[in-house]
Design a protein around this ligand. Structure first.
Ligand SMILES: O=c1ccn([C@@H]2O[C@H](COP(=O)(O)OP(=O)(O)O[C@H]3OC[C@@H](O)[C@H](O)[C@H]3O)[C@@H](O)[C@H]2O)c(=O)[nH]1
Length: 458
């Protein structure tokens, strides 16, 4: 018999509920059984002592004996002893119940392991052509799309993610596949594995996320990058560093070519990310020069698409979620600042092309179609078709005022340019967020079912 994953979860929840009910029932007894045991105890205590089945959870109700002692002027110490014993028994019962839940959990896992899984049909590559590829941050929004692409090509993919902004759900369709491995790992710590290529994407990318813990953002982009470049050096792997359009800061050159050195506030709220990525680039070229590491640097411009986090906080997800719920669309500042939005599949194509190329200088990967944030808000409101108002909130500190990539380099050296028009990409993204909202509304309506024994202990 084959159960769906959802069915298995329901079975597990049902099992846990049954065990808990049994524990409670046996431990404290129902009012009816308490009365019954009281009556039997006073009638025939000896028979009860010998014949009562204590079972695994079923301690005998102690009240009758205590009551008798009190009548005889029984000692308080005896009562305390009885209560201590009772507490011990309950602790043992609780412990036993937890053990049983753990056993149930293992059984479910075992059963889940027996379910034959269906995976997308990946291309078969022979040993010579198949690469082992590490993707740091591979459970994140962009990383998981790259995982799909490389898996479908027939490569072996190893994802290392600390799940700060990444989610297992983004790659769960590959779990168990012979070419796929998921490692829970924070790249600020070294990683010792053998790989041919490294796509180093690990870092929070949304401004509210990277500003949440600026020190950690800096460590991820500096120590993390050193670890990945060190790994590339040790095993002779090619490494692609995910840099960003934010290295240009609030640019005074427009559009931004790779030769522009940028205009970054080194002590502003965005500096942890901007400067972190700038150091990551510096490190890459230092390792290339000094240690002969084969590096690629992609400067990624604003990207959107399915698998963005509901709490991502960036403009695309905020506006779509607000429009879908008929809430006000929150425009920060006048809305005259501009951005250029690329669909995630275009970015993945660009990164793969860059890795495959011989070009070692930084390359902008972005869609050069530029829009004001006000225009963008209107496009989303109209495409979603809701009744949202567009409201103006205070401007964000150091918010870049104009941003548009010059992609001549990518065109020349990678033969790459974006193909997905905004309208088309938005249809897929809006659809994705519509489902995510339905999903989160559904789970809020349902009763919480603890998924692990740790949750039960809390
Ligand atoms: O609800 C919102 C969110 C954002 N915005 C505005 O929309 C513009 C875009 O903001 P986002 O937060 O989406 O992203 P930013 O362009 O500021 O930063 C991004 O740059 C490129 C990538 O490297 C990163 O993903 C991210 O740092 C900004 O002007 C911002 O102020 C709103 O008007 N309303």
């Amino acid at each position: 018999m084959v159960f769906s994953k959802r069915k298995m979860k329901q079975l597990f929840a049902f099992g846990v509920a049954i065990v808990l009910v049994i524990c409670l029932y046996k431990s404290w007894g129902s009012p009816a059984s308490a009365k019954l045991s009281l009556a039997i105890a006073s009638d025939n205590d000896n028979e009860l002592e010998g014949g009562f089945d204590r079972g695994r959870f079923g301690a005998r109700h102690p009240e009758p004996r205590v009551a008798e002692q009190s009548r005889d002027g029984g000692v308080v110490a005896d009562r305390r002893e009885e209560l201590d014993k009772e507490q011990d028994t309950r602790m043992n019962e609780l412990h036993e119940a937890k053990k049983q839940i753990l056993q149930l959990e293992r059984k479910i896992q075992e059963l889940e392991g027996r379910i034959p899984r269906k995976y997308p049909d990946v291309t078969f590559l022979n040993y010579k052509n198949r690469k082992r590829i590490l993707i740091t941050g591979g459970a994140g929004f962009v990383g998981s799309h790259l995982v799909d692409y490389l898996m479908m090509q027939g490569h072996e993919v190893i994802v290392a993610d600390n799940f700060f902004t990444g989610r297992k759900r983004n790659v769960e369709h590959w779990l168990g596949h012979e070419n796929f491995e998921l490692i829970h790992h924070d790249i600020v710590n070294p990683l010792f594995i053998e790989v041919d290529e490294i796509y180093h994407l690990a870092s929070p990318a949304s401004p509210p996320h990277y500003m949440y813990n600026p020190v950690k953002t800096i460590k991820t982009n500096t120590l993390g990058t050193i670890n990945m470049l060190g790994l590339a050096k040790r095993v002779g792997a090619k490494v692609l560093i995910a840099s960003t359009s934010e290295v240009y800061g609030d640019p005074d050159v427009h559009p931004q070519p790779e030769t522009y050195w940028g205009h970054v506030n080194p002590i502003g709220p965005r500096a942890c990310y901007d400067e972190g990525k700038r150091v990551a680039e510096t490190l890459s070229y230092a390792y290339a020069k000094q240690e002969n590491v084969n590096v690629r640097v992609a400067r990624i411009f604003n990207t959107y698409g399915p698998r963005m986090h509901m709490n991502d906080g960036r403009v695309v997800s905020n506006f779509i979620i607000q429009a879908l719920q008929n809430q006000s669309i929150t425009m920060y500042g006048s809305g005259k600042q501009t951005r250029s939005f690329q669909y995630v599949s275009d970015l993945v194509d660009g990164m793969v092309a860059l890795m495959a190329s011989n070009y070692t200088q930084p390359v902008n990967l972005g869609n050069p179609v530029e829009r004001t944030i006000q225009e963008f808000a209107e496009i989303i409101r109209d495409q979603v078709g809701g009744r949202s108002k567009i409201i103006e909130l205070p401007a964000v500190e150091d918010d870049p005022q104009r941003r548009k990539p010059d992609i001549s380099r990518a065109k020349k050296y990678l033969n790459w340019e974006p193909r997905v028009p905004l309208k088309e990409g938005l249809i897929k993204t809006i659809e994705y967020f519509r489902k995510e909202l339905a999903r989160s509304n559904h789970s809020q309506r349902n009763i919480f079912v603890p998924e692990t024994t740790e949750n039960l202990e809390k």
